[in-house]
Design a protein around this ligand. Sequence first.
Ligand code: HEM
Length: 364
Amino acid sequence: MNTVFPIGFPAPTALYLTLFVTTLLLHVVFMNYVLAGTAFLALAGLVKRKPADTGNATISSILRDWMPFAVSAAITMGVAPILFVQILYKENFYTANLLLFHRWMSIVPVLIVGFYLTYLLKSNKLATGQFALRIVVGFGAAACFGFTALSWTENHLLSLDRAVWTDMYAKGDIFYRSRVILPRLAMWFCGAFPTLATLVAWQLFSTQKNAPEPQRQRSARHIALIAAIGLTAFVASAIVYFWMMPPESRHAAIGPMSKPYLFVAGCGVVIQLAAWHLVFHRRRLTCVLLQLASFGALGTILGTLIARESIRISAIDFERLYSQHADAATKGGLLVFVAFAVVNAAAIAWCFRLVRRGRVRQLD
Ligand code: HEM
């Protein structure tokens, strides 16, 4: 296809593609907070927190307080794209799920364990107590969400690798091996840090108003460093991944469907780097700089997601599915979807207020 995403597709296909990418973007924002946030907390757990630190709004204290909420938001935000991905890609998505079988379903208990570990992470006793326990809980939570990210990556790549399906089924193999899994996972993992930095910076900005100046400056510099290192590692792993992809996927990634969006993603990286550079040197989080970083982060995520879709569309016989998309569009579920999306958004906003109110009281 020689047109820009989602132009050139029949209307129902274009609608489902747009809904899929938009809802997946929301999932990715919260998923990034969880993936990078738990990794950060695991490393922060290597250092014992002083009891005096427990009342301050630091990067770690914010992450610990918000992590259970972020996990539930990431999971909830995964539901809408999982509906659309099934309508859009049918056989490819289902086959990968079925081939991976128990290994795929294992993400459910792993997510439950990870979720409860994030509650344990909130405990002050744990943060100021035994080193071994802190490490088990911190690294345990990070491993649970890292494993979930690995599983989604493995499932996605397997869904596009039709050549191995028969062999895998015949052997009863439930693990998919490919040399591109690790660089692709590295791209997601590193890319999670700039998003985390942007979200935590907004949280610091709104909660640190009365904090001592040196603490605010320190937090601003730390968060800018996290974002800049994450962005650099993201670009490096994206380049490695790009060169390791099969040539057809490389052509699709930079083809007409995604080229303008890749430009948006690249501009997003530059805008973010510029914003974090200023934060670092001015030692201050300002509303304008945070808006700039957020704008850049959204551009980078959107561009990456559309390049991802262009590769998938080019790898399968997508035109064959148009009639099924048109059929799905006649089923009339859109109204129910929109109604539930509104109810869920309201419920999430309410939970957000509850956590925020509890946190403000705690800081008072
Ligand atoms: C908090 C734990 C989770 C993490 C860390 C996570 C991570 C990821 C990652 C890294 C991807 C991209 C995979 C790739 O393109 O290589 C992804 C995609 C996706 N995730 Fe999540 N995920 C989580 C939970 C969930 C849950 C519980 C759902 C469903 C309810 C979900 C729904 C999706 C969907 C639909 C996609 C797109 C799949 C595709 O296009 O093939 N995620 N997730």
